[in-house]
Design a protein around this ligand. Structure first.
Ligand code: SME
Length: 149
């Protein structure tokens, strides 16, 4: 599944559209094609502030359009620069709930010129669905997105 999605992500990146439209299409592609992806979105560092701002996403609108560094899974990844896989969100004490249906989450940082400038965030309604293959695929997606920023 992930291998067949890679060229589809790359062709969105190579298309003649704005960066926001490309990221929007990638969110929609991943949500539509990967059964355990129920919400897919990008967060980016908000200027010089130590906070994340919601970018393009696919799924239910969230109230959490601004997330301070250190808060929730996303805010922790902004500081750790590392992938964060959460098999069971209820077991996390530093977690920001977006929807009661969400069981698991994965956040992978997005690097631009070696700097952690944002992340891709996936929510899943399936418990413990993420493997190393998700991490590798999402690292690829972020590498591709970094080319258009
Ligand atoms: N659950 C995230 C907040 C963002 S929503 O999932 C869209 C967190 O704990 O950082």
């Amino acid at each position: 599944m992930f291998n067949s999605l890679r060229p589809r992500v790359s062709s969105i990146i190579d298309s003649n559209k704005t960066a926001d439209t490309k990221m929007q299409e990638i969110c929609e592609l991943l949500k539509a094609e990967i059964p355990h992806y129920d919400w897919v979105g990008f967060y980016f560092k908000n200027g010089d502030k130590r906070e994340l701002k919601l970018g393009p996403y696919a799924g239910t609108p969230t109230d959490h359009t601004i997330i301070p560094f250190g808060k929730g899974i996303c805010g922790q990844v902004a500081e750790s620069n590392q992938n964060f896989v959460v098999p069971d969100v209820q077991a996390q004490d530093n977690y920001i709930a977006c929807s009661i249906t969400v069981k698991a989450e994965i956040v992978v940082p997005l690097f631009f010129n070696g700097e952690n400038i944002g992340q891709i965030d996936i929510d899943s309604n399936t418990p413990d669905p993420f493997t190393k293959a998700d991490e590798t695929f999402l690292e690829f997606v972020n590498f591709e997105v970094a080319k258009i920023l």
